[in-house]
Ligand binder design. Structure first.
Ligand SMILES: [Zn+2]
Length: 210
């Protein structure tokens, strides 16, 4: 089986796919945010910079990332979430990443993502996410968490303007990565949501393992 790099615009469902790989196949989930927060526990300067919203250089992020990977047995399967963010990071990663990973691009239309973001409601207690409009994701009682019975809330950053800004940033940064991985023969697209989990399994080599 193969480690997976997800490239996905905001709200494309990356969390759902990652969770699936973790639960079913024991993948380790690694994100830049987690790495930095973890480092901040023992490193005052990282903590200060994280709190003030300063950016970290590609070299810094990749050094942390490499250190972290070295802690796992070599056969560990990873889901990389938000890594790499830039072409430079992707090139650095290829100097130490095992060769048999794949890159999965979640190709979801902008208007679909926007509709998702605008209807998203979240339980402040258990963090389960629901949707106001989509039948499969509505809570049983309007605006109340099925698990906890508390009122659901919108996330402050789930606004059209914020989404569009993030989306545009994402597209600008990701396009060079798509080309890079396409040229290496590592890029796969997931589109159809109904069959996407099966497709994902066949891409990582899970469903076909005998
Ligand atoms: Zn809840």
């Amino acid at each position: 089986m193969k480690s997976v790099i997800f490239l996905a615009p905001p709200a494309a469902g990356k969390g759902t796919y990652s969770k699936f790989l973790e639960d079913k196949y024991g993948y380790q989930h690694i994100s830049t945010g987690d790495l930095l927060r973890e480092k901040a526990l023992t490193d005052e300067s990282v903590k200060r910079r994280l709190q003030s919203g300063m950016l970290f250089s590609d070299d810094e992020v990749m050094t942390l990332f490499k250190e972290r990977l070295a802690k796992y047995p070599h056969h560990t399967l990873f889901v990389f979430d938000g890594i790499p963010r830039t072409l430079n990071q992707a090139q650095i990663m290829d100097t130490f990443l095992p060769k048999d990973y794949i890159v999965i691009y979640l190709d979801v239309q902008k208007d679909v993502l926007l509709e998702r973001v605008l209807g998203r409601i979240i339980c402040p207690k258990c963090h389960r996410s629901y949707h106001e409009v989509f039948a499969n994701f509505k809570p049983k009682i309007a605006n109340v968490c099925d698990n906890c019975g508390v009122s659901l809330e919108k996330r402050v950053d789930d606004k059209e303007e914020t989404f569009l800004k993030r989306y545009e940033e994402y597209i600008a940064k990701t396009e060079p990565l798509l080309d890079y991985y396409q040229n290496k023969g590592k890029l796969f697209l997931l589109k159809n949501e109904d069959v996407a989990l099966e497709e994902l399994e066949s891409l990582i080599g899970g469903a076909n393992d005998n």
